[in-house]
Design a protein around this ligand. Structure first.
Ligand SMILES: CC(C)(COP(=O)(O)OP(=O)(O)OC[C@H]1O[C@@H](n2cnc3c(N)ncnc32)[C@H](O)[C@@H]1OP(=O)(O)O)[C@@H](O)C(=O)NCCC(=O)NCCS
Length: 115
């Protein structure tokens, strides 16, 4: 059995993915949920999806970029600031990488307009 959970928050022009998790990982639940959200977004005329991933989460950064998502911003020390409010956020994350920044990724659902 494969299970997963995706939560999104509508915003102007599309939606932000606020949670994506698969259990167990690696059985296709994450890909299927993202694909379903893309279908929903195109049906609703959304222009893009967006999400934040932490700098340590190299498996997720690989996962998204291989599925058409692109890096659009680095929010330096965003996690460091969050930690001041939530001291339970660990200092070290996946693979022993210091957990400090947030990376913003975007999935275009329609081509970007020329400037
Ligand atoms: C990232 C995540 C949502 C991907 O969903 P998934 O169902 O495991 O992924 P799928 O089975 O659809 O696809 C497998 C791909 O995920 C990658 N992957 C990422 N993390 C993985 C993990 N912990 N275990 C297995 N595969 C993982 C595989 O490398 C594979 O990539 P490829 O097909 O490009 O080679 C899921 O692994 C997960 O829940 N990770 C922990 C929570 C998390 O980091 N969420 C994202 C926060 S921004």
């Amino acid at each position: 059995m494969r299970r997963g959970c995706l939560a999104y928050s509508p915003e102007p022009g599309g939606a932000e993915v606020v949670l994506l998790a698969a259990d167990p990982p690696g059985r296709g639940a994450g890909s299927a949920l993202l694909a379903a959200l893309e279908v929903l977004g195109r049906t609703r005329g959304w222009q893009r999806l967006r999400l934040l991933a932490t700098n340590d989460n190299t498996p997720a950064l690989r996962f998204y970029q291989r599925r058409g998502w692109d890096l659009i911003a680095l929010h330096r020390d965003a996690v460091t600031r969050d930690r001041r409010l939530k001291p339970e956020i660990p200092a070290v994350g996946h693979g022993g990488i210091p957990l400090r920044h947030a990376l913003e990724l975007e999935r275009r659902l329609v081509p970007e307009e020329e400037p």
